[in-house]
Design a protein around this ligand. Structure first.
Ligand code: PLP
Length: 382
């Protein structure tokens, strides 16, 4: 049996026979990447950002694919945001410039990897603690590297990020006083606003969060740290955060693949680029059961749906089963295949080994999924 080589250079075995099949004929469960829809999403977002003062730095945590990031960069994105050092490594290895790890890196092995990466790539990382800044400086000095830093401010989410402008200044000064670190700017992620369904309330909360963000920037500017880059935002807030002339860049990423969670935040703006194909393995009355469950469909925050407006209500998702109820007779029979629009793209991708790349309804390629969360055998720079 041959093998297919994916975006990260990883070999994916056992998928060769899927190439050339219609999207509905693939062995299930299967993760389908509709490249036509993804391209249209990319173009639509690129057009939106032509009209917004901010730039797009797409988050790659959902797809982890340097090829898709490259597509976004060709459409005008200024760089990439990653969640982990392994993702950053994969992006840098594929030639993506200006890589931001939009999280803290604290474990000593990861600090070493980060510093090693920064010896020959432009790498930026978020930090919210002077002790972490000191550890970053020590790692960068050992590797003789330069690392750029965004001081993370908590703008209402209550996750990472300093809780006061005075703490922001303390972290910024520690960076400025380090010879292997460069203070590039601030990160403020309004993640709490993505949980807000009402668009008016979401807009109000986002504007309040961004006030907090820009106040921190003004406080730092008043203390000599001027012209800082401000990076924040996501798919659910890109139009609000991106329209604030004080924000430099927006980290929206899920718009490219989409999922049920993000669809409710930006209804009708982007297409379903990612689905999981399942087979009806049981049909009893108004209920069908599919052979795809939580081991292939990410179920976070909301329930998945059947794709392409097929209707029905997903009652529950178990390990290997999705149970869908219909009011009347289901439009699907035993053995039919059907696509599930996942709740959440980032965890869905992470559960799977490979994208079945679909173009004009046919599987044209198999791409290995990037680091999940670590890649066995990947160079870790240690
Ligand atoms: C730091 C950070 N930036 C941006 C995002 C936005 O991502 P998305 O566009 O997928 O909502 C996230 C999502 O979790 C995040 O954690």
């Amino acid at each position: 049996m041959g093998s297919s080589v994916g975006a990260t250079g990883t070999t994916v075995r056992g998928y060769e026979n899927e190439i050339g099949r219609q999207r509905g004929d693939v062995t299930t469960p299967a993760l389908l990447l509709d490249l036509d829809a993804v391209r249209r999403n990319c173009e639509a977002m690129s057009k939106r950002f032509e009209e917004l003062p901010a730039s797009l730095r797409p988050h790659s945590k959902a797809h982890k694919s340097p090829r898709l990031t490259q597509m976004e960069i060709e459409a005008g994105a200024v760089g990439v945001a990653c969640a982990t050092v392994w993702e950053a490594q994969a992006m840098a290895a594929a030639g993506i410039g200006d890589v931001l790890i939009a999280n803290q890196v604290v474990h000593p092995d990861k600090l070493k990897m980060l510093a090693s990466l920064a010896t020959d790539h432009r790498v930026t990382v978020a930090a919210d603690d002077v002790r972490n800044v000191n550890a970053l400086e020590a790692a960068a000095a050992r590797a003789d590297a330069q690392i750029e830093i965004l001081v993370e401010i908590d703008i209402g989410m209550g996750r990472a990020g300093v809780r006061s402008v005075e703490d922001a200044l303390r972290v910024a000064e520690a960076v400025a006083n380090s010879s292997h670190l460069h203070l590039r700017g601030l990160q403020g992620y309004e993640g709490h606003c993505m949980r807000e369904d009402d668009p008016e309330v979401r807009e109000h909360k986002t504007r309040m969060a961004n006030e907090k963000f820009t106040e921190a920037a003004e406080f730092l500017a008043a203390h000599g740290h001027e012209h800082l880059l401000l990076s924040g935002g996501g798919t659910g807030t890109y139009a609000i955060t991106g329209s604030d002339p004080r924000i430099t860049e927006v980290q929206a990423g899920s718009y490219l693949l989409m999922d049920v969670f993000h669809e409710r935040l930006v209804p009708g703006e982007f297409e379903a680029g990612l689905t999981v194909l399942g087979t009806v393995v049981s049909g009893q009355g108004g209920t069908i059961v599919l052979d795809a469950g939580r081991k292939s469909v990410g179920v976070d925050y909301v329930m998945p749906k059947l794709a392409h407006g097929l209707g029905g209500t997903v009652r529950s998702v178990a390990e290997e089963h999705t149970i869908v109820d219909f009011e009347g007779a289901p439009p699907l029979r035993l053995g039919d295949t059907v696509e599930i629009f996942p709740s959440y793209a980032p965890t869905t991708v992470n559960l799977n080994e490979a994208f079945h790349v679909v173009q004009s309804g046919v599987v044209t390629d198999i791409w290995a999924i990037g680091p999940r969360p670590r890649t066995i055998g990947a160079s870790n720079g240690l």
